[in-house]
Design a protein around this ligand. Structure first.
Ligand SMILES: Nc1nc2c(ncn2[C@@H]2O[C@H](COP(=O)(O)OP(=O)(O)OP(=O)(O)O)[C@@H](O)[C@H]2O)c(=O)[nH]1
Length: 217
């Protein structure tokens, strides 16, 4: 069900595809699935960006005290993909990148607000924590949200590009409120990276299995 752009969105308003979870078990997702955790500090627009991608609408305010998980079918290039998107909540001492979430996700959208230096420093630490926990080359996309608020900008585009290079991941500036295309681009970029990462892992696995019959000869 669509919600009007100016209303307050609650999870139940966003349709039956949504469930809320507390613990994320790392049961491997299938090749056509992309589990994305949307992480970043408070009020950077994690829910706005997620809901924009899911409903094509910008919704101003959210009832946001819990983590929300959504399933969404989409197509990237010629691949059909089921996105599982976790809109995280940062309250609590562990912040939004709890260990079970880091294990659960196939990839991350690291979101900061271009109007908050503090939120940028937060994703810098978070990105390093994720890279330490997962393998090198793990799918991450760095997202600077609220690009429509250039008049109160605290983080330059060059800062974002530099951090993208440091984390070795794509960097995109978006505006959940003004520019849906940039938001789709961010999700599709991480989705594409996840599929390619999974294919590479599978290729190595297949190569190992593929080698076994020849051993019998
Ligand atoms: N101008 C502008 N405001 C935005 C944008 N995205 C989100 N906001 C506003 O920023 C505020 C926080 O947005 P949320 O989506 O609730 O942020 P969040 O990161 O999910 O917040 P928490 O879950 O509470 O940490 C709301 O008032 C939104 O309307 C944007 O692209 N531009």
């Amino acid at each position: 069900m669509m919600t009007s752009p100016t209303s307050t969105a609650s999870p139940s308003e966003l349709g039956s595809s949504l469930t809320t979870h507390k613990i994320y078990k790392r049961k491997k997702s299938s090749l056509g699935e992309a589990r994305i955790a949307v992480v970043g500090s408070e009020s950077v627009g994690k829910s706005a960006v997620t809901v924009r991608f899911l409903t094509k609408r910008f919704i101003g305010e959210y009832e946001a005290s819990v983590e929300n998980k959504y399933r969404h079918n989409s197509q990237i290039d010629s691949d059909y993909v089921t996105f599982e998107i976790l809109d995280t909540c940062c309250k609590g001492p562990e912040g939004c990148a709890k260990d079970d979430i880091i294990r659960w996700a196939d990839g991350f959208l690291l979101i900061y607000s271009i109007t908050s230096r503090k939120s940028f420093d937060y994703v810098k630490d978070l990105g390093s924590k994720i890279i330490d926990a997962r393998k090198c080359g793990f799918p991450l996309v760095l997202v600077g949200n609220k690009s429509d608020m250039g008049h109160v900008r605290q983080v330059t585009r060059a800062d974002g590009q530099e951090l993208g290079r440091e984390l070795d991941c794509p960097f995109i500036e978006v505006s959940a409120s003004e520019d849906a295309e940039t938001v789709y681009d961010a999700f599709n970029t991480v989705g594409r990276d996840i599929l390619s990462y999974k294919r590479k892992s599978r290729t190595i696995f297949d190569r190992v299995l593929g080698g076994l019959p020849s051993l019998k000869k």
